[in-house]
Every structure is written in structure tokens, then in C-alpha cells.
Design a protein around this ligand. Structure first.
Ligand SMILES: CC(C)(COP(=O)(O)OP(=O)(O)OC[C@H]1O[C@@H](n2cnc3c(N)ncnc32)[C@H](O)[C@@H]1OP(=O)(O)O)[C@@H](O)C(=O)NCCC(=O)NCCS
Length: 160
């Protein structure tokens, strides 16, 4: 399994981005529960990862999972399915590193995702990586009626 060293974080701990192995899904689900109102369980992750188009990478600091990203790659069209940083590890640049890792790890043409319209931190994160609001699904989230924003970015480099 490849490991990508991504230097040191502001806490002076070594960070690495590694594909999450099935036996380490419990750590993902632990963070997932702390971050989402409708968290995925291990089964959901296993089901997604049984297809060969899904990729789950974790950012580990000193051996502990601090953040993760789940995305799908269908012939260069990326869909960001999930990204989260453990509550105690936020604002250290981890999600940004995972976004940069995903976008730098492969050739891609387009990226798309859905995000709650009230999720400012995530929207700002995506805007930082050049994604624009290109659509809205009104009242999409049944728990609180929030809208889903659709954010997308086209990779100009893929045109040449
Ligand atoms: C959104 C989330 C993944 C950001 O993780 P993070 O590791 O704290 O983000 P980073 O430290 O890498 O920040 C990268 C950029 O995101 C934006 N950002 C992150 N948190 C922010 C906040 N609380 N307020 C405003 N902007 C924020 C900023 O643009 C930041 O860049 P900057 O530091 O140069 O200003 C994290 O808040 C989280 O896990 N939220 C719960 C799960 C979630 O909502 N996931 C998205 C599902 S669509």
C-alpha cells in the first residue's frame, strides 16, 4: 500500500496519506459518527469499496487517523463522496492536504460534489480548491430541510 509523506503539521507531527485498509475502517466510522447526522457505518464503506471506482484515503498523524476522504473516479470524472477531519484536529490543513492529494493523484476531467448549503467550512474548503456552485437541490436533506449545493470544477488541463 503506497504511503505519501506530506510533511509535518503545525503540531510537529509527521503526517502521511495512506489508502485505508478494510481492517482500519473502524477508525473512519468513529470519526464519521462525530461529524455527520446520518453517518455511514462499516458496511456502507465496505459496499462502496467493493467496486473498483471508489478510493478511501486517510491522513494519519503519528499512526492515528485524523482525517479521511472518499471519492469515486469514473473515467476521470471525480465525485467527492465524503471528507471529514476529527473534531479535535480541525484547522490544521488536513482536509486541504487530502483535497490536494486527490486532485494530484490522477488525471481527471471534472469533479463534482454535494454539500449542505449551511456547511460553511466545507463550502469554503471546496472554493479554495476552485469548485464553484453550479446547482442547488432545494430541501434535499430530509433531517433539517437544508438545500444541497452542487459544486463542480472542470480541469482545463484535461482539454489539451
Ligand atoms: C470541512 C472540514 C472537512 C474541514 O476540515 P479541516 O481539516 O478543518 O480543514 P483545513 O484545515 O484543511 O482547512 C482548509 C480550508 O477549508 C476552509 N475551512 C475549513 N474550516 C473552516 C471553518 N471552520 N471556517 C471557515 N473556513 C474553513 C478554509 O478555506 C481553509 O483554508 P484556510 O485555512 O487557508 O483558511 C471539517 O470542518 C469537517 O470535518 N467537517 C465535518 C464533516 C463535513 O461537513 N464534511 C464535508 C461534507 S460535504
Amino acid at each position: 500500500m503506497p504511503t505519501y509523506s506530506v510533511g509535518q503539521d503545525p503540531m510537529q507531527m509527521t503526517c502521511s496519506i495512506v489508502e485505508v485498509k478494510p481492517e482500519r475502517l473502524a477508525e473512519v466510522v468513529e470519526i464519521e459518527k462525530l461529524c455527520f447526522s446520518a453517518p455511514w457505518n462499516e458496511e456502507s464503506y465496505r459496499a462502496a469499496m467493493s467496486g473498483d471506482s471508489y478510493f478511501l484515503f486517510g491522513l494519519y498523524t503519528s499512526g492515528r487517523l485524523a482525517a479521511y476522504i472518499l471519492f469515486q473516479d469514473v473515467l476521470g470524472s471525480l465525485e467527492l463522496v465524503n471528507i471529514a477531519t476529527a473534531p479535535g484536529c480541525r484547522r490544521r490543513g488536513y482536509a486541504g492536504r487530502l483535497m490536494a492529494f486527490m486532485l494530484g493523484s490522477r488525471d481527471w476531467k471534472d469533479i463534482a460534489l454535494e454539500v449542505r448549503s449551511r456547511n460553511d467550512p466545507a463550502i469554503r474548503l471546496y472554493e479554495k480548491f476552485g469548485l464553484l456552485r453550479t446547482g442547488v437541490r432545494h430541501g434535499y436533506y430530509s433531517d433539517d430541510g437544508d438545500d444541497a449545493l452542487i459544486m463542480t470544477r472542470h480541469n482545463e488541463r484535461s482539454d489539451s
